[in-house]
Design a protein around this ligand. Structure first.
Ligand code: NAD
Length: 497
């Protein structure tokens, strides 16, 4: 019998499930576990547990909430190998890549440890005669998070540590495709001292998500996933009166200027295009080469460098990247490669159906390089989310920037150049939320905030960092006077000024 990954509700792991779904090891193609799919009743139980825990948690001093996060960080570090193994088994990413993901998640826990400082609010003395005024940031109540498969540990850690230290209770609906590490990590937070019911995890699919989106006890929803689902989440949550931030898909371009250090650019592109099998929302999937000379040099050097790429199972840390998440996704990625060729692009390195010894049934796609891609092609317009780098040739930096600005996504972008003036112009004007200058994956650190522009993010605030304090709290402004017995005033009918 395969193990069943259940829910965490009110501090207890529950494995009862009317519906279940297989969880695969993408490197072998075998179903290794099952995940429980919560129905409406189970999700409502989790919300009720969170609601019951809220009054005491809201009144727990921020310093005490932060101390739990300090212990949580230690436990995450202590158990990092187990967590990375679970990520590898279900997501497929290589152990060093999983370790990087976990480290970036831990950095969000470290930021949340600063809760007492972050929640200090603002104070003004004597805004009027003997009148003081201050703003404080109060928790919203019960909030929810819905997360994607590609960072099973990190993306939930973008959300609930900050939501919790701000005084909220949380219901998390992780990806049903790689649920084990999420549940394990939530249990570590319980072990660190989090009271029962403050964080609940419900595994599930659309039924669970729709319950969270429509239940009036949920005050805010954070979502990370594909753009069509992000739009649905944002509009449904808004229609039900909830605060919402919904981060969506991407198509991240790197401009290769004629003066770029080409060896460095190629090195950076290798990791940013193929690392994690291209299943990163910040993956660089399009290289825009300015001038044919730069394009030819890029293609030649990439082709040579790609001969050394090693694709395989997560457990062999000499591999560069692993399989994609499912057989259906592998077929979809292969379909994009085929469509590019059919629409006139030049396939330079074909990664379809690679041979991976001992893993013949795994969901592998090898590193793929496609030249002479144009904006009309389906593979250019849509997010591929696989280890595929497409090269578009342009004649000027302005043309390259116009291409990026015209794309519906605006998550991340990068320029490779030695020209500081060009780089400054680029970062100042490009219509993208996160910009790298000779840095291929400009993922903001935990004390900044993460978010794209255009159809890569729906909502006003970015994820984690300072924006998370604003997203997970509501401002209250209090104006106070303590009149002394001898200074009574008569009634005033003018607006106070
Ligand atoms: P997905 O949109 O398929 O799933 C995300 C979540 O939504 C999962 O929890 C899933 O169960 C739920 N979901 C799926 N279909 C649903 C439906 N019809 N109704 C309600 N809920 C539904 O995304 P994914 O395939 O897990 O993740 C990959 C996508 O996430 C890519 O598009 C990637 O770019 C994006 N992503 C974006 C960011 C970012 O920060 N912008 C970060 C990571 C991933």
């Amino acid at each position: 019998m395969t193990a069943l990954v259940g829910h965490l509700i009110n501090g207890e792991v529950r494995s009862d499930a009317a519906r279940t779904q297989d969880v695969f090891n993408p490197a072998t193609g075998a179903a290794t576990r099952q995940v429980a799919l919560a129905g409406k009743d189970t999700v409502e139980e989790a919300i009720a547990a969170a609601e019951a825990a809220f009054p005491a948690w809201r009144n727990t001093p921020p310093l005490k909430r932060a101390r739990i996060m300090f212990r949580f960080k230690e436990l995450l570090e202590q158990h990092s190998e187990e967590i990375c193994r679970m990520i590898g088994e279900e997501h497929g990413k290589i152990s060093h890549d999983a370790a990087g993901e976990l480290q970036r998640g831990i950095e969000n826990v470290e930021y949340a440890c600063g809760a007492p400082q972050l929640l200090k609010g603002e104070h003004s003395k004597n805004v009027g005669p003997d009148i003081d005024s201050w703003s404080e940031f109060q928790p919203l109540g019960v909030v929810a998070g819905i997360t994607p498969f590609n960072f099973p540990a990190m993306v939930p850690l973008w959300m609930y540590p900050m939501a919790l230290v701000c005084g909220n209770c949380f219901v998390l609906k992780p990806s049903e495709r790689d649920p084990s590490s999420v549940l394990f990590i939530a249990q570590l937070l319980q072990e660190a001292g989090l009271p029962d019911g403050v964080l609940n995890v419900v595994n599930g699919d659309k039924e669970a998500v729709d319950t969270l989106l429509t239940d009036e006890r949920i005050k805010a929803v954070s979502f990370v996933g594909s753009t069509p689902i992000a739009e649905y989440i944002y509009s449904t949550a808004n229609a039900h009166g909830k605060r919402c931030q919904a981060l969506g898909g991407a198509k991240n371009h790197a401009i290769i200027m004629p003066d770029a250090d080409m060896d460095n650019a190629v090195n950076q592109l290798l990791g940013a295009a193929f690392g994690s099998s291209g299943e990163r929302c910040m993956a660089l999937s399009v290289a825009v080469a300015v001038g044919d000379q730069a394009a030819d040099a890029l293609i030649e050097k990439m082709q040579t460098a790609m001969q050394g790429l090693k694709v395989g199972a997560y457990s062999d840390s000499s591999n560069d990247f692993g399989p994609v998440i499912t057989g259906a996704h592998r077929d979809k990625v292969n379909g994009y490669i085929t469509s590019a060729v059919e629409q006139g692009a030049t396939l330079v390195v074909d990664g379809r159906n690679p041979e991976v010894a001992g893993h013949e049934d795994g969901f592998f796609v090898g590193g793929t390089l496609i030249d002479r891609v144009t904006p009309e092609m389906t593979s250019y317009q849509e997010e591929i989310f696989g280890p595929v780098l497409q090269v578009v040739r342009v004649n000027s930096m302005q043309e390259a920037m116009a291409l990026i600005d015209d794309h519906e996504y605006g998550n991340g972008t990068c320029i490779f150049t030695r020209d500081g003036e060009a780089a400054r112009y680029f970062s100042d004007n490009i219509q993208v939320g996160m910009v790298g200058i000779n840095v291929p994956l400009p993922v903001p650190v935990a004390y900044h905030s993460f978010g794209g522009w255009k159809r890569s993010l729906f909502g006003d605030l970015h994820a984690y960092g300072p924006d998370a304090v604003r997203f997970y709290t509501k401002r209250k402004t209090i104006t106070q006077r303590w009149p002394s017995a001898g200074v009574r005033e008569g009634a005033s009918f003018a607006f106070p000024s």
